[in-house]
Design a protein around this ligand. Structure first.
Ligand code: ARG
Length: 472
C-alpha cells in the first residue's frame, strides 16, 4: 500500500522496518472512532469553506460506506497499511478519488489518533462502569439475603469478632463504589477533544475546533496544541483506576478461594463456574477466581508500562506513544472479562450458613464483648481487657468456651460478673449490638443496603457525556 508520506523519499522502506512500525494489527480496533472523527472533521472543513460543501458530502458518503462495509465484513483490513488511519484514508481515496485526498487538510495523524483513542476509551469507561454497577448490584442482592448470616470477621487471618456475611460482602461494594467514582472522574479528563491540534502547532486554516468537539460529543477542546497531541495522562489514569479495580477483585477472588476450601467451607461455587482435575476425580477447583487474581498482574504491568513510556518523553508526539494502545485494549478486555464472570459467579454462590455460624462461635470471638461487659460494670477497659485475657487462658486450659464457664468460675476472676453475662456475650448479641452506622448488625447492614440501592438507582440515570447536537 502507498505511504501517506512518500513524496520526500527516494527508496522504499525496508520490509522489516515496515513490519516493526506497523500498528494496524491492533489499532484496527479503532476503526469506528476513526471514521467518526473523520466525518466530523470533513463536515467542519465544508462548513468553514476550507473545502467545497459537495466535496465534504462526498467524503462523508464515502466514509459511511466504508463503515458499512467493515461492519458487514465485506471490507477487510489490508495488512500492508501502516495503521488504521492510513488504511481508511487510502480506502476513501480509492473509492471517491480527488475529494478523498482533501480529508486530511489541516489535520495530522497525531491529533487524529489522540481523538480516536479518547472516543474509544470514553465508551469503554462507560461500559466498564456499568459492569461495575452490575457487580455491586449482585453483591448487594446477596447481602440482602444474608443480613442475619453470622460469620467470623478476621484480622491477621485469625478469627477476631463475629460479623455478618452481608457486612463482609458490603465491604466489597464500597471498594467498587470508589472504583466507579474513579472511572467517572477519569472520564471527565478523557472527555476533551484534541482534534485541530494538528501535528503539534495547530493549523493556519480557519478550522472550528468547538464544532468538531461538539459533534463528537466531547465536553471541551484541549487548551494547548502541544499538550493535546502528547497527553496520555488519561490513559495512565484509566489504567490506574483499572489496576485498583483489579486489586479489589483479586482480594475478593482470594477470599472466595479460601472460603470455598474444605478448611473454611463457608461458600460453594456453583458447578457451572468451577473446574475438575484431569487426574483427581474428586476435585472441584476455583479456577475462575484464581484467574481473576492472576490477571491482576497484567493490568499492573500495563500501568508500569505506560508510565515508563511517558517518563522523560519530550514534547510533542513521539512514536513511543503508539505503545499506549495495546496497554489500553488489554486492560479493557481484562477488566471486562473479570467483571463479566464475577457477576454470575456471585449470583450463583451458595453460602453455608452453618459452617460460618460454627466458625464464628469458636476461638473466643466474643472475648472483646466479655471485656466490654466488665467495662460497663465499672472496671477500667485496661483491667477488663487483662481479666478477659485471663478468662480466655483459663478456658483454653480447660478446653471450654466462654459460654461454658459457671458464674462461680467467672467470679474467681472478678466480682463484677453476674448472671446476665451469658446473654451479653452470646454471638448473636455481639453482632446485634454492633448496630452503629456502617456496622455488621443486621439493622445497620439493612441501612447500608438501602443506601447502596438508592445510590445505584441515582447513578444509573446520571449521564456520562454531553448529548451530541443535531445538525448545526
Ligand atoms: N499509529 C500511530 C500511533 O498510534 C499513529 C500516529 C502516527 N503519527 C506519526 N507522526 N507517526 O501513534
Amino acid at each position: 500500500m502507498n505511504k501517506l508520506w512518500g513524496g520526500r523519499f527516494e527508496k522504499e522502506m525496508a520490509g522489516e522496518a515496515e513490519e516493526f512500525l506497523n500498528s494496524l494489527s491492533f489499532d484496527a480496533r479503532l476503526w469506528r472512532q476513526d471514521i467518526r472523527g473523520s466525518i466530523a472533521h470533513a463536515r467542519m472543513l465544508g462548513r468553514q469553506g476550507i473545502i467545497d460543501l459537495d466535496e465534504a458530502e462526498e467524503i462523508v458518503g464515502g466514509l459511511e460506506q466504508i463503515r458499512d462495509d467493515i461492519e458487514k465484513g465485506t471490507l477487510e483490513f489490508d495488512p500492508g497499511a501502516e495503521d488504521i488511519h492510513s488504511f481508511i484514508e487510502a480506502c476513501l481515496v480509492e473509492r471517491i478519488g480527488e475529494a478523498g485526498k482533501k480529508l486530511h487538510t489541516s489535520r495530522s495523524r497525531n491529533d487524529q489518533v489522540a481523538t480516536d483513542l479518547r472516543l474509544y476509551l470514553k465508551d469503554e469507561i462507560e461500559s466498564l462502569g456499568n459492569l461495575l454497577l452490575g457487580l455491586i448490584g449482585a453483591l448487594v442482592q446477596r447481602a440482602r439475603e444474608n443480613k442475619e448470616t453470622i460469620m467470623p470477621g478476621y484480622t491477621h487471618l485469625q478469627r477476631a469478632q463475629p460479623i455478618t456475611f452481608a457486612h463482609h460482602l458490603l465491604a466489597y461494594c464500597e471498594m467498587l463504589r470508589r472504583d466507579y467514582a474513579r472511572l467517572r472522574d477519569c472520564y471527565k479528563r478523557t472527555d476533551v477533544c484534541p482534534l485541530g491540534a494538528g501535528a503539534l502547532a495547530g493549523t493556519t486554516f480557519p478550522i472550528d475546533r468547538p464544532y468538531t468537539a461538539r459533534k463528537l460529543g466531547f465536553r471541551d477542546i484541549a487548551d494547548n496544541t502541544l499538550d493535546a497531541v502528547s497527553d496520555r495522562d488519561f490513559v495512565a489514569e484509566f489504567i490506574f483506576a483499572a489496576s485498583l479495580i483489579m486489586t479489589h477483585l483479586s482480594r475478593f477472588a482470594e477470599e472466595l478461594i479460601l472460603w470455598s476450601s474444605s478448611e473454611f467451607g463457608f461458600v460453594a461455587l456453583d458447578d457451572a463456574y468451577t473446574t475438575g482435575s484431569s487426574i483427581m476425580p474428586q476435585k472441584k477447583n476455583p479456577d475462575v477466581p484464581e484467574l481473576v487474581r492472576g490477571k491482576t498482574g497484567r493490568v499492573y504491568g500495563h500501568l508500569t508500562g505506560i508510565l515508563t513510556v511517558l517518563k522523560g518523553l519530550p514534547l510533542a508526539y513521539n512514536k513511543d506513544l503508539q505503545e499506549d494502545k495495546e496497554a489500553v485494549f488489554d486492560t479493557v478486555d481484562t477488566v471486562r472479562g473479570c467483571l463479566g464472570i464475577l457477576i454470575p459467579l456471585v449470583e450463583t454462590l451458595q453460602a453455608n450458613e452453618e459452617r460460618m455460624r460454627a466458625a464464628a462461635g469458636q476461638d473466643f470471638t466474643n472475648a472483646t464483648e466479655l471485656a466490654d461487659y466488665l467495662a460497663w460494670h465499672d472496671v477500667s477497659f485496661r483491667d477488663a481487657h487483662r481479666i478477659a485475657g485471663q478468662v480466655v487462658l483459663y478456658c483454653i486450659s480447660k478446653g471450654k468456651r466462654l459460654e461454658d464457664l459457671s458464674l462461680k468460675e467467672y467470679n474467681t476472676f472478678s466480682p463484677a460478673f453476674d448472671s446476665d453475662v451469658y446473654e451479653y456475650i452470646s454471638i448473636e448479641a455481639c453482632v446485634a449490638r454492633r448496630d452503629l452506622p456502617g456496622g455488621p448488625a443486621p439493622s445497620a447492614v439493612a441501612m447500608e443496603i438501602a443506601e447502596l440501592n438508592s445510590w445505584l438507582e441515582d447513578i444509573r440515570s446520571f449521564p456520562w457525556s454531553q448529548p451530541v447536537p443535531e445538525e448545526e
